[in-house]
Design a protein around this ligand. Structure first.
Ligand SMILES: Nc1ncnc2c1ncn2[C@@H]1O[C@H](COP(=O)(O)OP(=O)(O)OP(=O)(O)O)[C@@H](O)[C@H]1O
Ligand SMILES: [Mg+2]
Length: 246
């Protein structure tokens, strides 16, 4: 079977420093994978490399999405294929409402469909209803004055509108209190319920997010490599004993 995402012997460096040192990982349609690991082990580097950040240079290996090597594709081309990265620190943009931002994003990803403001509003209203998001939320300027939880909810609404096949959540849980985390995870689970084929890569330090977004596989990353993989029980084990003894 063809994997949705297949990472083969990936080596990545930044400013001549090797960060990712041979990663292999296959993610199938509908699966949730979690990556845990100490600070500086290369988790964000992996996330940004998958999405095509130009700062990272691939020294060796392949990244296949639906069987096609995407290494030479730009970020927007990867987004059009159905990849999405939820940022740890989403940008604030004064003067651009969340609604306008979402419409522009939609129209650039789906340039063949190009929706009018009215058609887009119908689509957006449905997504807001699905995620239980109020009208006033999308009238605010993008992330300006949003709480940590609201920023993550805005990212989730963007996922709902763009309907990606694969999402990467890089420390979605950082800075969120338990209620905000539960709220955002509820919204993500709703997306998964509406689209069971959605695949998710959750990068986190804490097991608590994995109680809400239940992973099929957990991987431990250390010094640029995946040193251990297992089921969700591995996350519980890590939380108890730490990374050192794995
Ligand atoms: N722009 C950069 N310039 C130099 N080194 C960098 C740069 N970006 C990342 N690195 C280095 O790459 C290594 C991996 O960083 P990365 O952010 O991927 O780790 P991480 O696993 O996401 O850590 P954390 O859990 O703290 O988020 C670190 O040693 C970091 O200093
Ligand atoms: Mg990181």
């Amino acid at each position: 079977m063809k994997h949705l995402l297949s990472i083969k012997n990936l080596h990545v460096s930044i400013k001549n420093k090797d960060i990712i040192k041979g990663i292999n990982l296959d993610i199938d349609s509908g699966q949730i994978h979690a990556i845990m690991g100490p600070n500086g082990s290369g988790k964000s580097t992996l996330a940004l490399t998958l999405m095509g950040h130009p700062k990272y240079s691939i020294q060796k290996g392949q990244i296949l999405f639906e069987g096609k090597d995407i290494i030479n594709l730009l970020v927007d081309q990867r987004a059009r294929l159905g990849m999405f990265l939820a940022l740890q620190h989403p940008y604030e943009i004064e003067g651009v409402t969340l609604r306008d931002f979402l419409r522009q994003s939609y129209n650039s990803i789906y340039s063949d469909k190009h929706l009018s403001p009215k058609e887009f509003n119908d689509l957006l209203n449905q997504k807001m209803k699905d995620l239980n998001i109020s009208e006033s939320f999308v009238c605010r300027y993008l992330n300006v004055g949003f709480s940590g939880g609201e920023k993550k909810l805005a990212e989730t609404l963007q996922m709902a509108v763009l309907n990606p096949k694969f999402i990467i959540l890089d420390e979605l849980d950082s800075g969120l209190d338990i209620d905000a985390l539960q709220n955002v995870c509820k919204a993500i689970n709703k997306l998964k319920e509406l689209n069971p084929k959605l695949s998710i890569l959750v990068i986190t330090h804490y097991q608590r997010i994995l109680k809400f977004l239940k992973p099929d596989f957990v991987h431990v990353m250390q010094d640029g490599k995946i040193i251990k993989s297992g089921g969700k029980e591995l996350a519980e084990e890590l939380e108890k004993i730490g990374y050192k003894k794995t």
